[in-house]
Design a protein around this ligand. Structure first.
Ligand code: ARG
Length: 586
């Protein structure tokens, strides 16, 4: 289905043309003053400059030229040249009827689908997920769902970090603790033990310890670096340790993402790009892009328009080792070869902006990606505590993601808990808790930081995930009650509105397709959050005004059922796009 904005725009583009002005001035937008009108056209102001004519006059010419139509109820020209539009109730009702009958509430998929690789998650192996991993997972997963709904083909890749210094740090720390292990004996020829010399819990302690030591002790850092190079060069014992780390860490990562109900098509790792590195490096050298600077192999990526110094992109360090830039570039080689995407999106902490800026420039300059491949960095802000500093446990430690989920679920209040089985309560807490976490995150503009406020996020009132679910459950229970009392409406039909709050809700519902498209085009799940909050609020005002269950007139009841069914369908789609769902009861 075309959106109402598209339908109105057609009329106004025609009117601008007929009146002798450029057609594209007739683009319709949603009213900035819903108290005055529903839609508006601002093109007369733009036309004033082009045609040296007062905008009021242009607007009047245009209004006189609007073709015959079934859509518009009122148009008004107001200072300094706005054209204010209201649409007929009957048109809105017909439009909603089509939404209700159509698939995806009438959403029309894009006519230009893109193939998109979506890089999100991105945890380093060897440590369990913590709060710092939340946003990439939640935002990336929502973007995946939104892009698919929009009509794009999405390839979701977790891009696990397993090739950098963190591996060398673990290996070196382990060496200091247990030098007698065969992994460290270069002359050892036999098989390595099947059993890892550490557990997941050990790893969780080894890595931070090693990382802290490396920041204070240069020699320690140098040794960890050497271990990293040797691992990359394929030193047998280190490779065996790497495998142990992967074997222990991967199931834990998968388990944690599953608890978040976040998934990937590919669980590729940085190290999966290693076979692409030699040819990539060779080509960069041959093409004259890469040169040696202070021992390292680098590619210049600064541009004349830069307002800050952009250091060269380091391809190989002086010890020959691959770093973060190297694996990201080689991964682009792999993605180009395997998927040839139109676009690659990276959902990463915004502090990594410069890294990606350099990688993108280097990939374009050296021809790793085609000139029109779109490389997008979607940088997100931090999850903070109430003190405005990065969120921590009470004792000041890093909050594990699993503990955070537990904490939120424990804080979710379930009504009627006594009358439910333990499994039901657990399921409800899981469903509502996820909505609290994901909505609390996604409602913020991606680049902003936000305060993780447990009480607020889990509240059933206000701008929260549970409030949205509560509204959906309310609609489900009205429909269920109608069923139980033999008043179910089998093929609901929209009719005249019975009150203003009903029209207000309807006007929000008809904006569904436009809103989802905007969210997709702007990579902004927050647009969908604001939208469903508005829909939920308008529904609840309407619910307060109108006693649906008491309606005795069958035509009126049918229309009310159509309206609340469409509301529920839209909320179902939108929450699904955000990565959560409503329970049957709560
Ligand atoms: N592993 C990285 C980190 O922990 C994030 C990976 C983001 N994705 C990427 N292609 N670099 O900082």
């Amino acid at each position: 289905m075309n959106t109402i904005i598209e339908e109105l725009s057609k009329l106004f583009c025609e009117a601008f043309t007929k009146a002798g002005y450029k057609a594209d001035l007739g683009r319709v937008v949603i009213s900035a003053r819903p108290d005055l009108c529903q839609y508006q056209v601002n093109g007369a102001m733009g036309g004033a400059k082009l045609y040296h004519k007062a905008p009021m006059m242009i607007a009047q010419d245009v209004v006189a030229a609007i073709p015959e139509n079934e859509i518009i109820k009122n148009v008004a020209v107001v200072n300094p040249g706005f054209i204010n539009i209201s649409v007929k109730d009957s048109y809105i009702a017909d439009y909603m009827q089509q939404m209700l009958m159509g698939t995806d509430c009438g959403f029309k998929k894009t006519a230009q689908p893109q193939k998109v690789v979506l890089d999100y998650g991105g945890p380093n192996v060897a440590k369990t997920l913590h709060v710092g991993h939340l946003r990439s997972a939640v935002i990336g997963d929502a973007l995946k769902r939104i892009n698919r709904f929009y009509g794009n083909q999405v390839i979701a890749d977790a891009h696990l970090g397993d090739y950098g210094l963190q591996m060398g740090l673990i290996i070196h720390e382990l060496f200091l603790r247990q030098p007698e292990l065969p992994y460290f004996d270069e002359n050892y020829q036999g098989e390595y033990p099947k059993q890892a010399p550490f557990t997941l819990k050990d790893l969780g302690e080894i890595y931070p310890t090693a990382s802290a030591k490396s920041k204070e002790d240069e020699q320690y850092l140098a040794a960890a670096r050497l271990a990293t190079v040797q691992l990359q060069q394929g030193r047998r014992g280190y490779y065996a340790l790497w495998q142990h780390i992967m074997n222990i860490s991967l199931p834990d990562l998968r388990h944690n993402y599953a608890r978040l109900e976040v998934d990937f098509d590919y669980w590729l790792r940085e190290s999966d790009a290693k076979s692409y590195i030699p040819a990539m490096v060779e080509k960069m050298k041959q093409d004259g892009h890469a040169y040696i600077s202070e021992g390292a192999l680098v590619v210049d990526v600064k541009e004349e328009s830069d307002t800050q110094p952009i250091p060269p992109c380091i391809i190989l360090k002086s010890d020959g080792s691959a770093i973060y830039e190297t694996t990201d570039l080689a991964t682009l080689v792999q993605r180009e070869q395997d998927f040839a995407p139109d676009r690659v999106i990276y959902v990463v902490d915004k502090r990594q902006f410069l890294h990606f800026e350099r990688v993108f420039r280097c990939a374009k300059k050296t021809g790793i990606v085609r000139p029109n491949t779109e490389l997008s960095f979607i940088g997100f802000g931090t999850v903070n505590g109430k003190d405005g500093k990065p969120f921590k446990t009470r004792s000041g430690g890093t909050m594990k993601l699993a503990d955070m989920i537990d904490m939120v679920q424990a804080a979710v209040h379930i009504k009627d808990e006594e009358n439910l089985s333990q499994a039901e309560v657990q399921q409800l807490k899981q469903t509502i808790g996820l909505a609290a976490i994901k909505y609390g995150d996604l409602m913020n503009p991606t680049e902003s930081s936000y305060i993780f406020d447990l009480d607020k996020f889990t509240s059933f009132e206000g701008n929260t995930g549970p409030y949205i679910l509560y509204t959906m459950v309310r609609i489900k229970s009205i429909l269920a009650k109608l069923n139980q009392t033999g008043k179910a409406v089998t093929s609901p039909r929209f009719a005249a509105f019975s009150c203003d709050s009903e029209r207000d809700l309807a006007l929000a519902l008809v904006r569904f397709s436009h809103t989802v498209s905007e969210a997709a085009k702007k990579d902004a799940p927050s647009i969908i959050c604001s939208y469903i909050y508005e829909v939920a609020n308008k529904f609840n005002i309407f619910y307060h005004d109108k006693k649906i269950l008491a309606e005795t007139d069958t035509t009126a009841l049918s229309s009310l059922v159509a309206l609340i069914s469409l509301t529920l369908n839209i909320l179902n789609i939108c929450t699904n796009l955000l990565g959560f769902k409503a329970p049957e009861k709560m």
